[in-house]
Design a binder for this molecule. Structure first.
Ligand code: MLT
Length: 247
């Protein structure tokens, strides 16, 4: 299995995703919020690139069945129903709704990834399930780290490294890695007993804590706390069990 990891989204824009499994990672926080929404009974999560696209999508689908969610600089967008704190996506708020979401780094990646054979949204909260699904699919894998404002982020790289580690050790896949994939694996193996601390001390972890979202960082670093598998289908992230994944 060939695994190519992208430390940032920009080089992924030129990648050929044909017949690949693409895994999009944004541990802090959109991947975690997506899992939280689906676990709490949302019908689906629709990733969009910006607030304008999100609002248009809402008028298209209808305000009764949708909620707008998202952040800029970590803070809820004005006039949106929800921000991007995974703790907001509880049953009372989201059950039965489509969540139309836009975040600074994570959500725009899905429009490019959508052309791949299988697209999964992964955080630490669902990393083991993601590894199992990618292993079962048995195609070459592209792991896209959302990073932070175009740059590298420690939390997404650690999660990507853990995903590779699981594919290799638990699922016994012989993996051929890009150099960035090897780097992520080395980073994970050197930090696997201190994932939460490494992330909390990272740039975005520190920033979120400074604006009052320390609990989000704790929640997002609980490995396998939300065992759901968001799969992209016709532009919507839905639960694997709800999806017809053969295209
Ligand atoms: C992002 O996409 O940049 C993040 O999810 C930002 C955040 O922490 O809300």
């Amino acid at each position: 299995m060939d695994i190519r990891l992208y430390l940032t989204p920009l080089p992924f824009e030129r990648a050929d995703v044909n017949d690949k499994t693409v895994v999009v990672i944004d541990v802090l926080r959109s991947s975690t919020s997506i899992c939280a929404s689906l676990k709490a009974g949302a019908r689906g999560v629709i990733p969009t690139a910006g607030p304008g696209e999100a609002a248009e999508m809402r008028s298209k689908i209808g305000p009764d069945t949708t909620l707008l969610a998202g952040e800029r600089d970590g803070v809820k967008i004005e006039n949106f129903n929800l921000g991007n704190s995974p703790l907001e996506f509880v049953e009372d708020a989201v059950r039965g709704k489509y969540i139309i979401i836009t975040t600074t780094n994570g959500t725009a990646i899905f429009s490019k990834a959508g052309k791949a054979r299988l697209v999964l949204s992964c955080g630490l909260v669902n990393v083991s399930l993601t590894a199992r699904r990618a292993a079962d699919e048995n195609r070459d894998v592209m792991i896209v780290c959302a990073g932070e404002k175009g740059g590298f982020s420690i939390e997404d790289t650690l999660c990507g490294g853990m995903l590779i580690h699981l594919l290799n050790t638990v699922h016994k896949k012989e993996v051929t890695l890009s150099d960035a994939g090897s780097l992520a694996l080395l980073l994970y193996r050197a930090n696997k007993t201190a994932i939460r601390q490494s992330i909390a001390q990272g740039e975005h972890g520190r920033y979120l804590t400074s604006i009052g979202f320390k609990k989000d960082v704790e929640f997002a670093t609980e490995v396998d706390a939300l065992p759901v598998l968001p799969v992209l289908k016709d532009g919507r992230l839905i639960l694997e069990s709800d999806a017809d994944i053969t295209k």
